[in-house]
Ligand binder design. Structure first.
Ligand SMILES: CC(C)(COP(=O)(O)OP(=O)(O)OC[C@H]1O[C@@H](n2cnc3c(N)ncnc32)[C@H](O)[C@@H]1OP(=O)(O)O)[C@@H](O)C(=O)NCCC(=O)NCCS
Length: 168
């Protein structure tokens, strides 16, 4: 953590949707040597459903705020539409994780703190497990493994990972 920099961790509300849209864009993993996509890519249905109308009954997320600006977020959402399931879909009862930290603030423990807050609150709500999809080449894999996520299925270049949430 940078010395003297204090982040506030708080729950995400529907007022954060514009910030979540930005986070969704930053969460798109661009393999080295490839060009970043246009921002508008987030409005593709397979991506936009991660943030659309966020704040529904089963939605839960935490943001890290610095001087009133969201600089990181981790959120869980059930994306079980059979026509368009989430990339990390396992079953109807398992929410899927999205997580992103602004590039300038990565590697300082913020992602870990957000994940821990999210896991704890999901456990308190009685949610049994959480899933995610990550590209094999994404260094974020290491963080997920440290946080107890295990590979559930290999899907081409992606891994579907699941973490069993402990009892609180
Ligand atoms: C993945 C991510 C949310 C982690 O947040 P963070 O605050 O950087 O993480 P922490 O500081 O708590 O933990 C560090 C771990 O994050 C991962 N990490 C660090 N920098 C990263 C980066 N630039 N990209 C992806 N993962 C990174 C590594 O696993 C690292 O562990 P290590 O130090 O043992 O290598 C953040 O790096 C990020 O936003 N990455 C880009 C978006 C992304 O890949 N999201 C996940 C999509 S599945």
């Amino acid at each position: 953590m940078q010395s003297g920099v204090e982040f506030r961790i708080r729950e995400i509300t529907r007022d954060d949707i514009p910030a979540l849209e930005r986070m969704l864009y930053l969460a798109i993993h661009v393999p080295e040597g490839q060009e970043a996509p246009l921002f508008e890519i987030i409005y593709q249905p397979d991506l936009y459903h991660y943030v659309e109308n966020f704040g529904q009954a089963n939605d839960l997320g935490f943001a890290a705020e610095l001087n009133g600006k969201v600089i990181a977020a981790a959120w869980a959402r059930n994306l079980a539409d059979p026509e368009l399931p989430g990339y990390g879909y396992v079953d109807e009862a398992t929410p899927e994780l999205s997580i992103v930290v602004e590039p300038a603030f990565r590697g300082q423990g913020i992602g870990t703190r957000l994940l821990e807050a999210l896991h704890q609150e999901l456990s308190q709500r009685g949610v049994k497990q959480i899933s995610l999809s990550v590209q094999k080449s994404n260094p974020a894999r290491k963080l997920y493994e440290r946080q107890g996520y295990q590979t559930f299925e290999v899907r081409g270049e992606d891994l579907l990972m699941v973490k069993i949430l402990g009892k609180i």
